[in-house]
Design a protein around this ligand. Structure first.
Ligand code: GLA
Length: 519
């Protein structure tokens, strides 16, 4: 990521963590903390960061950019690639058509540059399941709200590559609300006929050619997502998909979208009552439509956790579901709002698994808008650097979809340091797909632990008190026995072998994220 930072409007490290200028989603009093950098810069030699599994459906269009850090040019190879797929050796993009035959295809990826080589296995699982690891990307909502147009998403895709984010696994560039016609609007760009001649939803004039936009994003090896509501109107009052769901989904697939956020909004006026059946209905309809499309589209249920969606989101065709209300509107108290959203999401750990993820909403760090006053320009996050590392650590331990929703066009070095740590992201993307559990929680600290596929355990020691404190991970509480090798994932350093417990001094609101392997 180092080599690309020059293309940015570098906000520098100065603003990160400076909290006194405004209030956002935390109502907590401002505390200042100097930024500090935990993630070491990536090596110049290649490091392949792909999760070890990727799900797709038979015969559908296939596109996968291999996340890999290291100095470019990098030359990629992929052994045992099924015949229907090709690899672009310079870009590291696998494309073509998924094999027609269901099954598991194990390929061996290698990446080589002038400084060295790395290899990794990738299992392509051709079947019914998608999102075998939590989806990662960027969503416009918490920075741009209704101020969106085609060019922003093209720029976001370029930045996702140039910033290095894509080399860590970020791959979806997602449009949220406000891309469609706004019925009754006097704004010439937004008003007009909301449906096309076929009765499908139409973009507003800020999106002159959706198919061309998707093509552009795909040409970089990235994917793209769109948003609509099962109700007549979206949450921001734009055209929804009510009664033309099938036509709209066809259109999304024709344009080339790979992800759909389906937001309840005005469907509340359509549902007959609050019964489980009525709550499931619109999602069941869309889930069924997407299954029959000739395109893999991830379905994100956005209905704020109603009727315990974590229990049935997968059954109706969802791949991930918001478990709470909007993080950007969550009031903080002593603690910023993200902790409360995270604690609530943590309660549903037992329901997550590959292709079925609890979604606690986006990562709001760096330059972010104010969801309570969407006309305000984006400002530096009020979160301290320690809180930002804790935020990312919690989301990764909870196997949450990782969508950055700050201003991707104004990334700074500190924000990238939080978003782009390969060993931290590996926790989120672990193929076992277990959501970490809360092991212990007091007013001052909590511990979350996530079993990993190789028999290791990722553990977060979180300080939520007002001062630095020593936090202890005790093997008995973690159900571990005997000596374990301990590694600090943020700094990517081995800490030694410990027999029964490990203790760390953790900053105010900070975290130590470790991984333990039996010795
Ligand atoms: C709801 C959702 C948000 C966002 C807005 C758009 O509030 O929860 O994530 O999509 O709608 O209007």
């Amino acid at each position: 990521m180092k080599h690309c930072l020059k293309i940015f409007f570098i906000m520098g490290i100065l603003f990160s963590g400076i909290t006194s200028m405004h209030q956002s989603f935390s109502d907590a009093p401002a505390i200042q903390e100097e930024p500090y950098f935990l993630t070491p810069p990536p090596a110049s030699s290649p490091n392949i960061n792909t999760p070890s599994v990727y799900g797709c459906r038979p015969g559908r269009p296939f596109l996968y950019r291999i996340p890999c850090t290291g100095d470019r040019p990098i030359f990629f190879t992929a052994a045992n690639l099924p015949d229907s797929l090709q690899l672009d050796a310079a870009g590291g993009v696998i494309h073509g058509e998924a094999p027609a035959e269901r099954g598991e295809y194990s390929i061996k990826i290698a990446a080589r540059n002038k400084s060295g080589e790395d290899q990794k296995s990738l299992k392509i699982v051709v079947g019914d399941d998608l999102a075998l690891t939590p989806p990662m990307g960027w969503n416009h909502w918490y920075t741009y709200y209704h101020n969106v147009q085609d060019q922003l998403f093209r720029d976001a895709a370029v930045i996702m590559i140039e910033s290095g984010m894509a080399d860590f696994g970020y791959q979806y560039v997602n449009i949220d609300d406000c891309w469609m016609v706004k019925p009754g609007s006097n704004d010439p760009a937004l008003g007009g006929e909301p449906l096309d001649g076929m009765g499908a939803i139409k973009p507003n004039k800020n999106f002159p050619d959706m198919a061309a936009m998707c093509d552009f994003i795909h040409s970089l090896g990235l994917k793209t997502g769109i948003y609509t509501s099962p109700g007549p109107r979206t949450c921001a009052g734009y055209q929804g998909s009510y009664q033309h769901e099938w036509m709209d989904a066809q259109r999304f697939a024709q344009w080339g979208f790979d992800f759909l956020k389906y937001d309840w909004c005005s469907y509340g006026n359509i549902a007959k009552d609050d019964s489980l059946q009525e709550r499931q209905k619109p999602y069941r309809v869309m889930g069924e439509i997407l299954k029959n499309l000739n395109r893999d589209i991830i379905l994100n249920l956005c209905q704020y956790g109603m009727s315990e969606v974590w229990k049935w989101g997968g059954e109706v065709g969802g791949h991930c579901w918001r478990t709470t209300g909007d993080l950007g509107l969550e009031a903080g108290d002593r603690l910023p709002g993200f902790y409360h959203i995270g604690f609530s999401n943590a309660e549903h750990a037992g329901y997550a698994r590959p292709g079925r993820w609890n979604d606690p909403d986006y990562i709001l760090i760096g330059m972010v808008g104010n969801a309570r006053s969407i006309q305000d320009p984006p400002r530096p996050t009020p979160l301290t650097p320690s809180e930002q590392y804790s935020y990312m650590s919690m989301w990764c331990l909870m196997a949450a979809p990782l969508f950055y929703s700050g201003d991707i066009t104004h990334l700074d070095e500190f924000t990238l340091n939080v978003l782009c740590n390969a060993e931290v992201i590996e926790v989120d993307q672990d193929p076992l797909g277990i959501q970490g559990r809360m092991i212990r929680k007091t007013d001052d600290e909590f511990i979350m632990a996530k079993p990993m596929h190789d028999g290791s355990l990722a553990v977060g020691l979180f300080n939520i008190s007002e001062t630095e404190r020593t936090i202890q991970a005790v093997w008995d509480q973690l159900e571990l026995k005997g000596p374990h090798r301990v590694r600090n994932l943020w700094t990517q350093e081995d800490l030694g072998v410990f027999d029964q417990h490990y203790a760390a001094d953790v900053r105010r609101r900070g975290v130590q994220l470790i991984r333990l392997w039996p010795k």
